[in-house]
Design a protein around this ligand. Structure first.
Ligand code: ADE
Ligand code: ZN
Length: 372
């Protein structure tokens, strides 16, 4: 992997043209400003601040963080992770009808397609969607209708990772998984857990049963860890929750034994460097461990997390990461290849995606797709 300043910044058009998957992106983090303003108008809901600066979350008292934040500057990130999650609660609370849910799902698929994403696992945490409390399966069905329509229109195919929130109770997590296992809503392919572990502390034990039941019901497992928690959160994700993939996981770099485990078990990390910098986990690109994780042989994918409120896109994040670390086109093809392998797409779709990527690599005159 080259790690020297690239001779020229890789054009975002080249990145868009690379067939790829995205595996760590929250539906809640993809509503555009126009989507949100339309939802607010449809519901007659007051905005927490001026429309034009809605994503400057720290300027709105409604999301003020009681705890000290590590973020800096204006924008969504300066509110820190907890303030940011409160913003998501407000925003998703505006989605009240099945048609509105289908519309945001469709918009997600269109957004992914515009970035050259052919398949995406998307994280959906129903606890943010407060109009759907007690009707979470209905929410999944409404979203699936939007994803179905999008796929029929030739847009990105989507699988849903249904997410628990770190702060919810063991009983409500067990109930959620029991409901999923009974209803088997279309497109829900995985169980996830997200939220702020700095606030909740360790919760692996609390969710152990829910994840075991999800596995028994045939759901895949992905876990946010090693972002608001240190290496211990990643150990718990592996040992207590049976995680097949880790969302973020970057703080695993602090524990060599953990890195060895990730490599030996082929556990992929869904890394989101721009989100980590914006939300204040690392101050600089030099501090961010992405190159060290790659050098250690960990399977790393490159993702956005919450691109709309964080003011980014997948192609912009790949371009800036390549520029900062000197990645060339072959390196980016490697990221695309790993994104396909790490995804929860089925075998047929993975084979089709691999073939598309090989074709694109030939067009870019890269002889061989680097092994994932
Ligand atoms: N939910 C949305 N974005 C998140 C993040 N970066 N960490 C944890 N939970 C989240
Ligand atoms: Zn995330």
């Amino acid at each position: 992997m080259s790690r020297h300043p690239a001779p020229a910044r890789i054009d975002e058009g080249t990145i868009r043209a690379l067939p790829k998957a995205e595996v760590h992106v929250h539906l809640e983090g993809t509503f555009s400003l126009a989507d949100i303003l339309l939802l607010a108008r449809e519901n007659g809901a007051a905005l927490p601040g001026p429309a034009a600066t809605l994503f400057d979350i720290t300027t709105h008292d409604a999301f003020a963080a009681p705890e000290v934040t590590t973020g800096g500057g204006a924008g969504a990130g300066a509110a820190g992770l907890s303030g940011f999650l409160r913003f998501l609660d407000w925003q998703c609370g505006l989605v009240r009808t099945a048609a509105q849910a289908a519309r945001v799902a469709y918009a997600f698929a269109a957004r992914q397609s515009a970035s050259g994403v052919l398949y995406s696992d998307v994280i959906v945490n129903p606890t943010h969607w407060n109009a759907w409390r007690g009707r979470e399966i209905e929410l999944m069905r409404a979203l699936a209708a939007g994803f179905d329509e999008a796929e029929q229109d030739g847009l990105c195919a989507v699988g849903i990772a249904y997410s628990l929130l770190r702060g919810q109770s063991a009983a409500s997590a067990d109930d959620a998984v029991a409901a999923l296992a009974a209803a088997r809503p279309a497109r829900v392919i995985a169980l996830s857990v997200d939220g702020d572990e700095k606030v909740t502390g360790r919760t692996g034990e609390k969710f152990r049963e829910a994840f075991a039941r999800a596995k028994a019901a045939g759901l895949r497992r992905t876990v946010h860890a090693g972002e608001s928690s240190g290496p211990v959160g990643v150990w718990d994700a592996l040992d207590l929750l049976g995680a097949e993939r880790i969302d973020h996981g970057v703080r695993a770099v602090e524990d060599p034994a953990l890195i060895a485990r990730l490599v030996s078990d082929g556990i992929s990390l869904g890394v989101c460097p721009r989100s980590n910098l914006t939300l204040g986990l690392y101050r600089t690109w030099e501090e961010h461990p992405l190159p060290r994780l790659l050098d250690a042989g960990v399977s790393v994918t490159l993702n956005t997390d919450d691109p709309a409120p964080l003011g980014s896109s997948l192609e912009a994040d790949w371009a800036v990461t390549a520029a900062e670390y000197g990645f060339d086109e072959t390196d980016l093809i490697g990221f695309a290849a790993r994104s396909i392998e790490a995804s929860f797409a089925d075998d047929d779709r993975k084979a089709a995606l691999r073939a598309e990527l090989e074709h694109a690599a030939r067009r870019l005159a890269v002889a061989e797709v680097p092994s994932a």
